[in-house]
Design a protein around this ligand. Structure first.
Ligand code: C2O
Ligand code: CU
Ligand code: CU
Length: 424
């Protein structure tokens, strides 16, 4: 069976974009679909006009150039649809891809590269009997006052919690198998699910544990690597890890599993360790203790802004709010001066992966304590557990204009859990 998808350039995921820090990039998008679209480079330090504000639509038949200055560190980003009210559906139908930025610092480290550098875009999807993406939409009606003349449905109210699938796709393939040599590999893990949280582990674990050596997070390299047995990856988060497949005997099957899933969603993909690497380009050197330098954002005093992520009423329906309000693209919920460090506090009633556009943040603490084991480095998406309070240090630079912050459970976002801010 073949699945029809909405695509960037004909493939799902969209083409892997590889760019170079400091080298500006322009990407032209021509909308040949029948619905409006908006493109956002997630993790991009992007001028407002190219950031993909939810109402900056590319109408069907129209085109738009997005310019990216690429004045940012090497990191693993992704691009995806960001259309007002319809992001969940359009991403689910295929509008997502990865974008890897390289720079001299990352290049100089003895890290696996080429075929040993694997971007892994992980999603869950449900399929109907004809093998098509089964996104729960209702016939056209008016929600949030935005009528939909193209005859596309809108998400039904049942899906307010977030849309889950029962098939796990990695780079578009269900539960794929990859043959790897018994060497170190760099896995750039992206949770591109609409709503599913993953807890990734390798099964069987290597003798001695610490299957994953984390080298980077959303915003690029960590200061030093960190070992993990289990990686909690909320929607939109990225974890850049090194796995040394020489820790398993040749012939082993090593499954990437999801401890937060059950049945079919507990499996993600399989690695088969095929051979000892004779090729001496295989990096065998140990990782240096120090990978990079991260300037700690210094904040004194209490949080200056509070963002409360809670369930609420949205235009007479069940939905999601920030500080009790639903998203209004015309209303700026905060005006933030550039080059100023602020302490922001996020409070959640249930699981919400909170994403801030324009610049990454640093997690200062959780629940009054220190940051969690997966909070290190520069983060653009911070996972909040039910009832949790997380403080982050925020500093916006270079670009003045309007941006958004929102929950990256895409149905929460479409059901209005988004706020706008303006940098000045
Ligand atoms: Cu990945 Cu505002 O989005
Ligand atoms: Cu983003
Ligand atoms: Cu949410």
């Amino acid at each position: 069976m073949r699945t029809r998808a909405l695509t960037y350039d004909g493939t799902f995921p969209g083409p892997l974009v590889v760019s170079r820090s400091g080298r500006p990039l322009t990407i032209s998008h021509v909308n040949e679909t029948s619905a409006p679209t908006v493109v956002h480079l997630h993790g991009g330090h992007t001028p407002s006009a190219s950031d993909g504000y939810p109402t900056d639509l590319i109408e069907p038949g129209a085109a738009r150039e997005y310019t990216y200055p690429m004045t940012q560190r090497a990191s693993t980003l992704w691009y995806h649809d960001h259309t007002m009210d319809r992001t969940g559906e359009q991403v689910y139908r295929g509008l997502a891809g990865m974008h890897v930025i390289h720079d001299d610092e990352d290049d100089a480290l003895p890290l696996p590269r080429g075929p040993r550098d694997l971007p892994l875009l992980i999603v869950d999807r449900a399929f109907d009997a004809e093998g098509q993406f089964a996104y729960p939409t209702e016939p056209p009606r008016t929600r949030h006052g935005s009528g939909n003349e193209q005859g596309h449905g809108v998400i039904d109210d049942e899906s307010v919690e977030g849309v889950l699938g029962d098939v796990v796709l990695v780079n578009g393939a269900p539960w794929p198998v990859d043959e790897v040599s018994a060497t170190r590999h760099r896995l750039r893990i992206l949770n591109a699910c609409n709503a599913r949280r993953l807890e990734l582990a390798l099964d069987p674990p290597p003798a001695g544990g610490d299957a994953f050596c984390q080298i980077g997070s959303d915003g690029g390299l960590l200061e030093r690597s960190r070992p993990h047995d289990v990686l909690p990856v909320a929607a939109a988060e990225r974890f850049d890890v090194v796995v040394d497949f020489s820790r398993w005997p040749v012939g082993s099957q090593v499954d990437l599993v999801n401890r937060a899933g059950s049945g079919p969603t507990a499996r993600v993909m399989r690695f088969v360790v095929t051979r000892k690497e004779s090729d001496d380009t295989a990096p065998t050197d140990r990782l240096p203790d120090r990978l990079s330098a991260i300037e700690p954002l210094a904040v004194e005093g209490p949080a200056t802004r509070l963002w409360r992520f809670t369930r609420g009423e949205v235009h007479g329906h069940d939905g999601w709010t920030i500080n009790g309000r639903v998203f209004d693209p015309e209303r700026m919920d905060a005006v933030v001066p550039l080059d100023t460090v602020e302490r922001w506090r996020f409070v959640a009633d249930m699981h919400h992966p909170v994403h801030v556009h324009l610049d990454p943040v640093q997690v200062l603490g959780r629940g009054g304590g220190s940051p969690g084991p997966a909070d290190h480095g520069w983060k653009d998406t911070v996972s909040l557990a039910p009832g949790e309070v997380v403080d982050v240090a925020v500093r916006f630079t270079a670009h003045r204009g309007r941006y958004v912050l929102h929950c990256h459970n895409l149905e929460h976002e479409d059901f209005m859990m988004m706020a706008a801010f303006e940098t000045v």
